[in-house]
Ligand binder design. Sequence first.
Ligand code: IMP
Length: 501
Amino acid sequence: MAKIFSEVSRTFSEYLLIPNLTTSENTPDQVDMSTPVCKYRKGQEESKLKINIPMVSAIMQAVSDSGMAVALARCGGLSFVYQSQSIASQCDMVRKAKKYKAGLVTSDSNLTPDNSLEDVLEAVTRSGHRTIAVTHDGSPNGVLLGLVTSRDYRVSRMDPSTKISEFMTPFDHLVYAREGTTLKEANDIIWEHKINQLPIVDEDNRLVGLVFRKDYEFHKENPLELLDDKKRLIVGAGINTRDYKERVPALIDANADVLCIDSSDGFSSWQKETLEWIKSNHPDIPVGAGNVVDAEGFRFLVNAGADFIKVGIGGGSICITREQKGIGCGQASAVLAVSAERDKYFKETGIYVPICSDGGIVHDYHITLALAMGADFVMLGRYFARFDESPTRRMLVGGNYVKEYWGEGSNRARNWQRYDDGGQGGKMVFEEGVDSYVPYAGSLKDNVDGSMAKVRSTMCSCGASNIQELQEKARLVVVSSTSIVEGGAHDVIAKESDRPR
Ligand code: IMP
């Protein structure tokens, strides 16, 4: 006879937090939002990887490319570059984001003096960067012969075939600094000479990299920026259970910091095999697994070696898995069930396994609820798809700006590895996601700052100075459908407002 769970499966909107005592220590500026990503012996050591805000971007074509990885890491979060693309192009995205470090940047647009203005314009379009290093062999570390920036040419007045040697700023007119110059010294030189970029060269005048004025300023304004020990942004990448033996080494070679198996149903022997192979062949790379929604799924993946566990089936905004297959669980109940098992596992072993709540975050307060229920961080797709930095097109539809957003299980994405049922065929035979638009919402930083401000504020109301304290102290209540109506503005005629929601 089938087992029927006695508890109803619930989602975030069915819960509210009851405030605890707030003291003078509970002010938003004192709240620490950092959180672990990899399992660790809590109380004895630190997690090998921590993020500075509890937000990661979904492993999706419409969400996480190199641009998203850069923008989110600069705000303290982490992106998992999508895996439903060739190994080479995923690695290119990871490399691009890793190169975009705060401070010294490896020049990605390099030409020789014999190249033309047309080549300059093509390089600017390709890379999106307007500074071209002119080196003897056109390589990023060749002997620096000059620089070309938009100040050096006028497209309307010049013949596209004009050689770079005729209009570049030659090396002897450049302000440059020697290898070993600190970021602070480089910034002082930038200010002193009123320049926007400073080439750093070695003693043979070979280009080492470029320091940009804007990078240094951003870093000062964004102390939460997520950097590795070489001051490069931290970048994650999705993998699948089919080509992992080729994809994982290639991603490690591209300097990915953390991996996550991308699957709609992680409670499978394929995930176990994948985790075991990674742990025995590349034990240093952290790898998350999922998605699961209950204690059994959690134990299975942790026993197979997962560093963090991703929770959620069927709650994503573009997801039709529950309708199509009849599997899944309300996201709040799933997080609560898995967190309870995680705490039990910690008591037994002393190892704390972080949990990521994936999908179904609609309001900012859902982030706080997920954390309060035991998640250590949340993964969001729709949320990030709305921003300038997501890889999809911005369009005008019905007088409003929107961005495209499609599920990995949609025909558009054709991410069959994520929905792999095993066997030889391995092809998607029905869709589990839709293709959609989401309202355009501007820059990532503005929105993330706004969302985090709300989470911090709620944590203060709950008397919590960090996420662990929130998890320990949170008191939650299930609300009736009538109280949900009471939660919004009601019984008034609301005025038009551009208040961000
Ligand atoms: P959202 O933040 O509610 O938009 O949910 C994003 C999450 O939905 C992702 O991180 C995936 O776990 C999941 N997801 C992505 N594509 C699909 C799909 O096509 N069908 C079902 N779930 C999906």
